[in-house]
Design a protein around this ligand. Structure first.
Ligand SMILES: [Zn+2]
Length: 436
């Protein structure tokens, strides 16, 4: 398997630290509102990564953090007149509901930042002891101590220094230094050796990685917009504490823009996942996401969504028709087209080129539609079902009852005898049962 590593800017042969075991961490949501379809893109992509490794027999430990302490959370809970805890509980539940409705397998662990405050204080203290951080009202990380700083985002420290805004905040030794612990008088806060306050977001991820995995992990992922400063700062802290860049492979998912404009609340061009799923089946949305290479941006539009909805309906129709035919012919042998399976695997093992993998699915659809021989049709069907499952695209189908099979045959006969009224009546019944 080859994976493009953002840290080295190279497609590299992928090897896990422990054989047949994958440790993966992806930055999760700040839970103060509903997620939009741009947030859903990494959810869908990394779900496929997880599913693929499971399919290949790996033990997968997939962690997504929940940021439940943040300025935006404090502001929003003040606005709504509820506590931070109430607000973050509502939107953590909403997040889990949304990703479940997108048919994403739940991560193995979803640690909340507020459950790791003790660990974070300990972590920051260690950074101070080692000389990588200093306390001056707030606590800051000393960026100049990390030679590799800027590697992930392809920036050189000197250029960053020149470009850095000279802030009015003179507590920092260097404008690039970032906050590890912030003193606060508003909203939720925690006791610490540096006064009441809360941890910075970059520390949250770095510290929870250490607390949960305690070794270099295999994959750290997130949206491409997190490369700088968030992931750069996670790496800097990990180098300081553990002397490794936190993960051996860094994977970044491209943006999803609305009609090529960045989605933002103020522009009002946001589509929430929960709203999208009122109009479309999740499978259609997954197809849209996965038809684009994960590192490329997606210019989302309603037209594009409709187009992929049509694609999904076409796939669904072929699967349903093949299934009905297998049912009415009592064909029960499960076989796979191993050539197509291996073509699909090859595509995914080339830096998750899922779009190439989907061409296999479309060929199988063609076979299902064209092939008269039920055994060949069934083979294409079971292969498609197997491969679609890796993409998190499922279709529930119930075996037809004997009554329905009788109906089906009666429908075919009525059609052949041109008794259209009878045929229509039966078709309606089969339609209502979701068979045709
Ligand atoms: Zn993070």
């Amino acid at each position: 398997m080859k994976i493009y590593n953002s840290l080295t800017n190279k497609k590299e042969t992928f090897k896990t630290v422990n054989p047949k075991k994958l440790n993966m961490y992806v930055c999760g949501p700040t839970v103060y509102n509903y997620i939009h379809i741009g947030n859903a893109r990494p959810v869908v992509f990394f779900d496929v990564v997880k599913r693929y490794f499971l399919y290949k027999g790996y033990e997968v430990n997939y962690v997504v953090n929940i940021t439940d302490v943040d300025d935006k959370i404090i502001l929003e809970s003040e606005k709504l007149g509820i506590s931070e805890k109430e607000l973050t509980t509502i939107f953590t539940d909403a997040y889990i509901r949304d990703i479940t409705n997108l048919n994403a397998l739940l991560p193995n662990k979803m640690p909340r930042a507020t459950s790791y405050i003790t660990e974070m204080i300990f972590y920051i203290n260690k950074l101070i002891e080692k000389g990588y951080a200093y306390h001056n009202n707030d606590v800051y990380f000393r960026v100049s101590k990390i030679d590799e700083y800027g590697q992930l985002s392809n920036q050189v420290l000197e250029d960053l220094q020149v470009g850095a805004r000279i802030e009015e905040n003179s507590d920092k030794e260097n404008p690039l230094d970032f906050t590890l612990w912030k003193q606060t008088s508003v909203g939720i806060s925690f006791d610490s050796p540096w006064g009441k306050g809360r941890p910075g977001w970059h520390t949250e991820c770095a510290c929870m990685n250490k607390a949960i995995f305690d070794e270099v992990i295999d994959i750290h992922g997130g949206g491409s917009d997190l490369k700088f400063p968030h992931h750069e700062n996670e790496i800097a802290q990990s180098r300081a504490i553990s002397n490794h860049p936190l993960a051996n492979y860094w994977m970044h998912v491209g943006r999803l823009d609305m009609d090529n404009v960045k989605m933002s609340k103020s522009l009002g061009n946001i589509v929430l996942v929960k709203d999208l799923l009122k109009e479309y089946e999740y499978q259609a949305f997954r197809l849209l996401i996965l038809s684009h290479h994960y590192r490329q941006p997606i210019g989302y539009s309603k037209i594009l969504m409709d187009q992929f909805n049509n694609e999904w309906q076409r796939i669904k129709r072929a699967l349903k028709q093949a299934f009905v035919e297998m049912s009415v012919k009592y064909y029960e042998k499960v076989e796979y087209d191993l050539d197509q399976v291996s073509r699909f695997e090859k595509a995914l093992e080339d830096d998750f080129n899922i779009a190439n993998g989907l061409t296999v699915i479309y060929e199988l659809v063609k076979t299902m539609n064209r092939e008269e021989d039920v055994s060949l049709k069934a083979k294409a069907y079971y292969t498609a079902i197997l491969l679609l499952d890796i993409l998190g695209i499922n279709l529930e189908q119930k075996r037809l009852t004997d009554e329905q099979i009788k109906d089906y045959h009666a429908w075919v006969i009525a059609r052949n005898e041109k008794r259209y009224q009878d045929a229509d009546e039966i078709r309606l019944r089969l339609n209502e049962a979701g068979i045709l």
